[in-house]
Design a protein around this ligand. Structure first.
Ligand SMILES: Nc1ncnc2c1ncn2[C@@H]1O[C@H](COP(=O)(O)OP(=O)(O)OP(=O)(O)O)[C@@H](O)[C@H]1O
Length: 319
């Protein structure tokens, strides 16, 4: 568990992290989203005690990072995949870290295998691609088998196969009950990875919400049904939840596909199509924040394409 309360950081009088308060819960992947320069890395560095806050606090498992008795076993972090000794081999790098953290040598082979670097473990880090460095950094973060895993932009440099691999790794870590906190400036890349998102813009928290909740609440979320007896189905659904689409089907909002399918089955109505529409995470976020401080929402979403949209309102959290 990570608990951040009123965390604030200034550089030369400029506020770059502005009174952030949030909790990163165990058992799920939490995405930490915002454009370049939003303050994600600075926040993560403060959680790890690498930067001192101007005010506020960050606790890991109830205590400041500096007070953890076995930090490597409690928190694993990837901050900068470039921070590696170029002349050292991957295995040697991990063995050095393991020694420093009091972790057994056998764990080095385990994490190399976990990140798919066993074959390349003898090669010098200087020969590694960015994706391989990311994998090595992730291996290092997992050395102590920590309950809290914090990765800063781990998707950078990964190819599509690597992204799929990372999603499954992170999902597995969360399913084991770990706290998994992952930053990215790419909202849509994170939507299949994170169950919950914290969105920041200009150092401020803009949204703290479940991904499913965010996309469910957005316009465009709904179910399309194609059924020859669509008029009967329309009459069977709660008033106002569906309308005829004029093409032999219904557009349903506020009910999920399961509820529509069950309602049809109860009346013996055959369905030719039942499709759930979920807006992409970035679109959902933009939609829900339209109406108030649009520039901030756009900045937080990292979207240049929405420059002409109306102003937006800040999204409420689901805490
Ligand atoms: N050591 C520093 N000195 C001065 N300003 C800094 C320092 N570190 C970060 N900043 C500034 O703080 C702001 C937040 O930077 P930060 O790296 O935390 O953002 P980020 O959301 O992680 O972005 P990115 O995705 O680019 O890493 C930026 O404006 C950055 O220029």
């Amino acid at each position: 568990m990570i608990e951040v309360r009123g965390l604030t950081k200034r550089y030369g009088g400029r506020v770059v992290v502005d009174d952030l308060t949030f909790t990163v819960a165990p058992g799920r992947v939490t995405g930490f989203l915002g454009p370049n320069g939003a303050g994600k890395s600075t926040t993560m560095r403060m959680i790890l005690g690498l930067d001192a806050p101007a005010s506020g606090s960050a606790l890991v498992n109830g205590v400041p990072y500096a007070r953890l008795t076995a930090p490597m076993r409690e928190v694993g972090a990837l901050l900068d995949p470039g921070a590696l000794h170029p002349g050292r081999g991957a295995r040697a790098h991990l063995a050095w870290l393991a020694r420093a953290g009091g972790v057994g040598r056998a764990r080095v082979e385990e994490v190399l295998d976990l990140v798919g670097l066993s074959e390349a473990a003898h090669r010098r880090v200087a020969e590694f691609s960015l994706g391989m460095r990311q994998r090595l950094g992730i291996a290092a973060s997992l050395l102590g088998d920590p309950g809290v895993v914090m990765l800063d932009e781990p998707l950078n440099g990964l190819d599509p196969e690597g992204i799929v691999w990372l999603r499954s790794l992170l999902g597995g870590l969360a399913a084991q009950g770990r706290t998994v906190f992952v930053s990215s400036h790419l909202m849509n890349e994170m939507e299949a990875t994170a169950g919950h998102v914290l969105v920041i813009g200009s150092g401020r928290l803009v949204a703290d919400i479940g991904v499913a909740e965010l996309t469910r609440r957005a316009a465009g979320a709904g179910v399309t049904v194609v059924a020859p007896r669509w008029a009967e189905l329309l009459a069977a659904l709660p008033p106002g939840s569906a309308r005829a689409d004029g093409r032999g089907g219904l557009t349903v909002t506020g009910l999920d596909a399961a509820a529509v399918g069950e309602a049809a089955a109860r009346r013996g109505i055959a369905l030719h199509e039942l499709t759930t529409h979920r807006p992409r995470l970035e679109d959902a976020f933009m939609d829900l924040t339209r109406g108030g401080d649009g520039r901030r929402a756009r900045a937080a979403a990292g979207s240049a394409a929405d420059a002409g949209r109306p102003a937006a309102e800040s999204t409420g959290g689901d805490r």
